[in-house]
Design a protein around this ligand. Sequence first.
Ligand code: NCD
Length: 303
Amino acid sequence: MNAARGSLLGIEHLEAAEILRILKFARRMNPDRPRPLLRGRRVMLLFYEASTRTRGSFELAAKAMGAHTVLIQAMGSSIEKGESLLDTGYTAQAVGAEVIVIRHPNAGAPQVMAEHIGVPVINAGDGLHEHPSQALLDAYTILKSKKSFKGLQVSIIGDIFHSRVARSACHLLSKFGVKIILCGPPELVPDIAATIAPGVRVTRHIEDALRGTDVVMLLRVQKERLVGMKIDLPEYIARYQMTPARLKTAKKDAIVMHPGPIIRGLELTSEVADGAQARILDEVHNGVPTRMAILARALGKMR
Ligand code: NCD
């Protein structure tokens, strides 16, 4: 594969040492103390899908380092007029983009872009494939609470089938020997999900997933992607919703994570979302320094 140096297309093929290098650099970044590392550089944000956290934090990260950003959204751009992915990429390059951050509903779109465009491409979520910047900010968040990956167990509960967040998290955590348990009904967590990465196990029982776990990662039930699937939401809530009582099954110091957007009353209750163990807003907060590191790496400034 021929992607520009500094591209971040997924976690699966990233080495553990490189992941640690990014996380180490991210820990040195502080959005409140801007650093002009990327002064005057041009970052193009190309969003073919809705986004709040990812887009906002890539933009703030770029700006905290002095870069210029241009946001192109599918709605309101030539993409609406039928311009192809690559023609949009060539156009981005022609106007002077030096990095392209792309979110796209199709798996592999960032890779196709990276193979044809001479600038680094950062995957901000591609279909059901990967969401590498989310996995990195989640790792950053876990390490802030747990200090090391050693001996950790992470339980991921919810719509794993449709979740690029889960896929990238499994790839990342498995590189560090973390025990990963995936939990949900078979429609959302097929048995084959256990093959995503080494060290992954599937269970249907929430108590089994929670017992003695260090990290509870909840995922949204992606209603917009459930078309044609038989998911009974009241039954999902009865069996899998994270409640304070269920959370007691996990370790006392377990943390609760969720990439957002959260749907209160579905995958978790408000008590859990706003409770002392929740790290959901910390994840959002940590997204900025993590993406500062990703952008600095893309432009050869991660030193
Ligand atoms: C997720 C996504 O878009 O993959 N959100 C995010 O980027 N933080 C998860 C989701 O949409 O449920």
